[in-house]
Design a protein around this ligand. Sequence first.
Ligand code: FE2
Length: 257
Amino acid sequence: MTKYIAKKPDKNGIIDFTQEENETWKILIERQMRVIKNRACDEFIDGLNKLNFPHDRVPQCTEVSKVLQAATGWSVVPVDAIIPLKEFFRLLANRQFPAASFIRVRAELDYLQEPDIFHEYFGHCPLLMNQAYADFVQWYGETVLQTSKEVQTLLGRLFWFTIEFGLLQTNNGLRIYGGGILSSFEETVYALESKLPERAAFDVKTVLNTSYRYDEIQKGYFVINDLSDLFKLKTNMIIDLAKSIASGTQGEDFVIC
Ligand SMILES: [Fe+2]
């Protein structure tokens, strides 16, 4: 359930955001631009620079899609605050990133459970400009669409610990590529600098066996060495592995995030 109602675009694809909503975007983007410096991976910063989001208003999906289309063939589509899982995977398979077209209220500036337009645009779109990430997300949607609910639970963990909460080892030290982290002011610092969470080398089997909570800050992260490592996950092996683990597993439901 959500208290948010997504806004509908007009016939030209334009959404009318209020002055308060545009100001919320400005607060969010300006503080996030500061905090991701030397914490986000270079590929994210590169995509962010190319997208060149406005600061004084919520960007329109039409303008974001135009840049994404030219780079990797992706687009963003406005959707309701909550959409069925099948629809979520179908959109990803079509290189359409579902973006709930509402922005958080001020009281939830730091944390909200539902993914809003700031999370979707700021957290995910910069890396949808990157070919390895863009291809992985499409493969993921296509693949998960064809699996059972139990297998989806496990593959949900793969999405969670990469696209949402992934860390990347670089020559300049540990960096963030997960959109769930990079759209959160608090977690961007916590993920790299807190002594509390574990930061383990990425291992597919361990990831599939690791459950997560969507309603609290992460207890652990997995670290890949290169974004192209996501390519290596695009194999039937991972689906077979998920199927073999899934039998008899009671896991958390897939959470769209
Ligand atoms: Fe997300």
